[in-house]
Design a protein around this ligand. Sequence first.
Ligand SMILES: Cc1cc2nc3c(=O)[nH]c(=O)nc-3n(C[C@H](O)[C@H](O)[C@H](O)COP(=O)(O)OP(=O)(O)OC[C@H]3O[C@@H](n4cnc5c(N)ncnc54)[C@H](O)[C@@H]3O)c2cc1C
Length: 446
Amino acid sequence: MPAIPMDDQADLPGSYWAATAVPCPPVPDFDGSEKAETVVIGAGYTGLSAALHVAEQGRSVLVLDAHEPGWGASGRNNGQVVAALKHEPHEIEAHFGTERGAELIRVVGDGPALVFGLIERYRMDCAARRSGIITAAHSTASLSDLKRRVEIWTRRGAPLRLLSRAELEAASGTGAYAGGCLDPRGGAINPLGYARGLARALIDRGGAIRQKAHVRAIKRRSIEQGGSRWQVITERGGVDADTVIIGTNAYTGAFWPGLQKTFLPARTPQIVSQPLRDNLAKSILPDGQIMSDTRYLTVGVRLHADGRLHLGGGGGTAGAESDALYAGLAAYARLLYPQLGELQWQYRWTGFMAMTPDRYPRLFELAPGVAAALGYSGRGICTATILGRELARWATGEAGIDDLALPASTFRTLPYYPLRGLIVESAVRYHSFRDRSARKGSALPQ
Ligand SMILES: Cc1cc2nc3c(=O)[nH]c(=O)nc-3n(C[C@H](O)[C@H](O)[C@H](O)COP(=O)(O)OP(=O)(O)OC[C@H]3O[C@@H](n4cnc5c(N)ncnc54)[C@H](O)[C@@H]3O)c2cc1C
């Protein structure tokens, strides 16, 4: 049986982010004596953004996490701040309808402005760089898709630009791709630094965070005047709340019946090299952009200010960490940058993504007063920040669940969830084969 995400080690992994992020603000352990109108479960981007936006309304809010803020995917990801879901704008309109789809595209397009805006407003120290995101095409067919993406966004007033093969090579330092596009709205952050920045901002705004608060259940509790409140229960005691927001994403356990079965958890790797020699570092992403590609098993590439090459993604498992997971990514680095020779990878770690079958995130009203956002499918920096803000609007009564930017989803568990290990492994094998066989027009080997 594959590992359950919450069974991962209790400490942060020894990542490049853990080595370089600003320290976490002091967060007391939960002792069961706290009170709040809104209780948020999970101190990643979803939970912290929700709590910060509730606190900005002057309302009382308490975040509970089993670990420290940013312990989950928010402290482990590639740091790509992308103005997009995993879908092209025309697909989003087809999925959600023209009106709701157009609104969602607009909100997602403004995602980087929200993230970088919060970073600026609260003076977060998280190596934020809004220098754009390059998407590299792994085939001529995907270059045509990018062309369509650029046309659609240009009509919507976003300044995307198509890159020829030569332009892509000059901008990224690799001649492996067929071309690409540049989206200047996006950028890069130190993701753990951003999570810690949100935590600090929340505390400054009067919100509270407690760690070592592993939520085991959420129970309805009748109150004397009639009506009900919710009790969030941990082994260190409970806390009552009018509203409960769940932001536990891939690390969701069994505390709400069926919630963990609404997505498949997939562990994906990140590797960071020793600093490159100056002349080599200068040729890689020289304008400070960050790069991802059009493969289904997307690989993210960035170069850090200290000259280290960083790759993430490209494969996954629902099971335990393994050398093979990292070896695949190191091999891909050699394909992209053969000029670097054999690299020493100094940091390596993994984190769990919550993959939904259609790769759209989910917003659930689980009961009156209890809501969750999750299933970001690897695109969560902007989306989780946005949905956290949206859930804050719901929790403070500013908007109903049906008035939020993402239409609320029907709660459905995946019937094949018990086979998740097998399904994730098979999906990775299948998409890896498809990505490889679709490389026509790029210099990547078939
Ligand atoms: C390796 C990797 C690379 C990625 N790269 C990118 C990228 O470049 N760009 C991008 O946009 N997205 C990326 N993502 C996705 C993004 O990181 C996530 O979508 C996002 O961080 C999810 O945030 P979250 O707050 O919902 O969940 P998380 O950050 O995972 O936080 C969940 C929190 O809930 C807590 N928790 C869980 N259960 C309980 C419980 N019962 N009681 C108390 N606490 C609990 C956990 O301790 C954890 O702190 C990547 C993800 C991974 C794994």
